[in-house]
Design a protein around this ligand. Structure first.
Ligand SMILES: Nc1ncnc2c1ncn2[C@@H]1O[C@H](COP(=O)(O)OP(=O)(O)OP(=O)(O)O)[C@@H](O)[C@H]1O
Ligand SMILES: [Mg+2]
Length: 281
């Protein structure tokens, strides 16, 4: 490992394996999703709506999280992909939930190996990739995060096109445009796509997308594993829905209005499973 110095003193650096280690703080997959919802709700982003979908991109199951908040600039996305940089302040009496500068990293990497973030702020559109598979494939010794704005940052864009599911600039632009097609109001927002979703030891995704097409549920296999089976006194029907249903859980946790609705394109077979409309605080 090459030593980097600052003032002649060695810098601490992060090994890519830390991304997985850091994600293990979320034993329960819904707490990882909560990190992404909290970020959209926080006063710096101030989203009014938030959509959680399961979609298939190039044959891969993905989770998508879209908000119509303020979006991110290049600099803000770099902070989002870094650790410990949180400078949120209360706005109009709404106290921020996020304080540690870690939730996006731990939450997204708990849900899958890789994430790509498309964002539109008032100033610019940008795309960034936060990806364990990428770091592994290139043999990275430290965490590098390709971020690109339009035609600038050529090296980043090249790596995003090579290692993400999106292979052309036109495909990236389509995803950026999708932010506005999802959001009924506003022209800014952020779309996070997570792929290489975490799987159980039997090769199934830990979420059951088939049981209820308007919901994302924790599969019974994962539920039992997390709850340290066996629990003979607990039958499936006695488990509270909020423990395995994302739709019910969000309804309880965020006091949000959840409107299940279908949407999306033929190409990506998108299914909107939960739309949260945040109520004014
Ligand atoms: N959906 C989003 N839209 C715009 N900015 C976002 C979004 N999600 C995250 N960010 C930005 O990325 C930063 C990092 O998010 P992260 O969740 O890692 O940390 P945090 O929310 O500041 O603190 P905590 O670890 O307590 O959650 C946030 O401070 C916020 O500025
Ligand atoms: Mg956060």
């Amino acid at each position: 490992m090459a030593t980097q110095m600052e003032r002649g003193v060695p810098l601490s650096v992060l090994c890519p394996k830390f991304l997985h280690a850091n994600s293990t703080s979320h034993t329960w997959p819904f707490s990882a999703i909560a990190e992404l919802i909290d970020n959209a709700y926080d006063p710096d982003v101030s989203a009014k709506q938030f959509w959680i979908d399961k979609t298939v991109i190039k044959g891969q199951d993905c989770l998508t999280f879209v908000d119509n908040g303020n979006g991110l600039t290049y600099e803000a996305m770099l902070k989002m992909f870094s650790f410990g940089y949180s400078d949120k302040i209360a706005v109009n009496g709404l106290e921020p939930i996020g304080i540690y500068g870690n939730g996006f990293k731990s939450g997204s990497m708990r849900l899958g190996q890789d994430a790509i973030v498309f964002s539109k702020s008032e100033k610019a559109s940008c795309v960034g990739m936060f990806s364990q598979s990428y770091l592994k494939e290139i043999g990275a010794e430290q965490i590098i995060v390709p971020i690109g704005v339009r035609d600038q940052h050529k090296a980043s864009l090249k790596d995003i096109l090579r290692y993400s599911p999106f292979k052309t600039q036109a495909e990236l632009l389509t995803e950026i445009r999708a932010i506005n097609s999802t959001c009924s109001t506003g022209t800014t927002g952020t779309r996070i796509i997570i792929w290489n979703l975490r799987k159980t030891s039997t090769g199934l995704t830990e979420f059951d997308f088939m049981k209820d097409c308007y919901d994302i549920q924790i599969s019974s296999e994962v539920y039992e594993a997390i709850n340290d089976k066996p629990q003979p006194e607990r039958t499936t029907s006695s488990i509270p829905e909020s423990e395995y249903s994302l739709r019910v859980r969000n309804n309880h946790t965020y006091y949000a209005m959840l409107t299940p609705c279908r949407g999306g394109t033929d190409q990506n077979t998108q299914l909107t499973v939960a739309q949260c409309t945040f109520q004014d605080a």
